[in-house]
Each structure stands twice: as C-alpha cells, then as structure tokens.
Design a protein around this ligand. Sequence first.
Ligand SMILES: Nc1nc2c(c(=O)[nH]1)N[C@H]1C(S)=C(S)[C@@H](COP(=O)(O)O)O[C@H]1N2
Ligand SMILES: [Mo]
Length: 248
Amino acid sequence: MIDRRRLILGSGSALLLGGCDRLNGNPVFRDVLRSAEGLTMRAGRLMSDRAALAREFGEADMSPVFRSNGTRLPDTAPYGRHLADGFANYRLRVDGLVARPLSLSLAQIRARPIRAQITRHDCVEGWSAIGKWHGVPLGLLLKEASLSTRARFVVFHCMDELGGRPYYESIDLVDAFHPQTILAWGMNNRVLDVPHGAPLRLRVERQLGYKHAKYVERIEAVESLAGIHGGRGGFWEDSGDYEWYGGI
Ligand SMILES: Nc1nc2c(c(=O)[nH]1)N[C@H]1C(S)=C(S)[C@@H](COP(=O)(O)O)O[C@H]1N2
Ligand SMILES: [Mo]
C-alpha cells in the first residue's frame, strides 16, 4: 500500500503516516479519497496500520523505573490465596467461543513458546515507560483452543476490583493475533511482580495502557461485548472515561 501511495502522491507520501488531517484538506488528495481507488486506499491504510509492529527498543533504552498504575495489589480473597501459595493453584482459563477450552497452570504457560520484546508503554494519563516483556503469544493460545469462526472479540477477566467492580478489558481479533500481543509472565528479565500484574498480564502494544489487562485469570472469546458487565468492552469504557479503541 505504501508503494501505491507513493505512486499517486509522490514524495509527500511520508506525510500520510502522520499528517492525514493536512492531506484531507488538500483538494487533489480529497479527490483521490472520494474515488473507488481512494476507498481501497483507506481500507488498506487501516489494515496495514493495524498490522504494523510497535517500535521495539534495546536493553539500553529500558526505563530505570517503570511505575505501576491502577491496581498495585488486588485486595480480593482469591488473589490473597494465590499470593499465599505462590500461584500454585492459579489456572488461566480460555473459554467462550472455542472448541477446546483450556485451563493452564503457570508452569504450562511458561513452557509454551516465548516472545520477548522491549516496548514503550503509554498511559492515557500522560506517562510512558520502556520495559521488556516475556510471554506467550495470545494467538498461539487461541489457536490451541480452536477459536470459533463466530468469535469477534476476546475479553480479559482480571482478578482485581476497583470500587467493587472487576477490571476487565477486550480487544478484537486483529489485535489478538498481532505478533506483539502476548500474555506476559516476565518483565525486565524477572518474573512478573504483583504491581505489574502477576502472574499474567496482557501486552497489546498498539494500544494505550488501560487496554493491557493485569492479573488475568480468564480469556473469553465472544461474538459481541453487549452481554458483558456494562456492555462497552472494558472497565473504563463502562464508566465512560475512555474509548474502547485505544490504538496508538
Ligand atoms: N487488572 C488491571 N489491569 C490494568 C489496570 C488495573 O487497574 N487493573 N490499570 C491499567 C492502566 S490504566 C495502565 S496504565 C496499566 C499500568 O500497567 P503497570 O502497572 O504495569 O504500569 O495497566 C492497566 N491494566
Ligand atoms: Mo493507564
């Protein structure tokens, strides 16, 4: 798609990556957008943008301090029990619209293929930090569970509550199968700690921080988000604070 844009728009194509508003005001570009070709271009741009990798960094770029945000220690009784026995009885469930529901111990999750990546976390509240994450690609678990063709979203159910409401989040299948979307059990070359979401948290690198569900205990594949909690696909979405799509 990028080559095609270059063909049509010449040397200004780089602007497309960050300056869409400006280009939309350009009469020539507007005509292109209105044409059938423009439709394909827009669809293609959306697709290719969503599939693109988030920037990855080197060890030297890692933030000396990676703050934690939201829940730092879930205060529910089940989580207390997990802490007491070192997550020995923790199981990650993968269910909903799958042919083969999974129930995996931490040892089983850690025995799965590992992806490591150093990325920048961007919180909507205005802070960022670069950290290293180890985990199993989410797509791999979804394939293992034999995701139904009816599934359109995956919901992450967390073990913490804020103001009596459980934290949860959801993403669509483009993000679920994105190569950098992992369930992380390691951070900065150590086992994931409690403030950052032990024993397992989502990394969905093309989205803002609130989408990265911590303390995940269940992944549910669904066709619609309507029946889940407030129906808007996430804790902050239900309270009206943030949009469901937090793409970056
Ligand atoms: N379960 C759960 N996940 C959560 C949150 C939370 O409070 N509970 N906070 C979110 C927000 S707003 C951010 S910025 C990141 C913070 O991740 P960190 O604590 O590892 O920095 O977790 C996200 N995931
Ligand atoms: Mo955040």
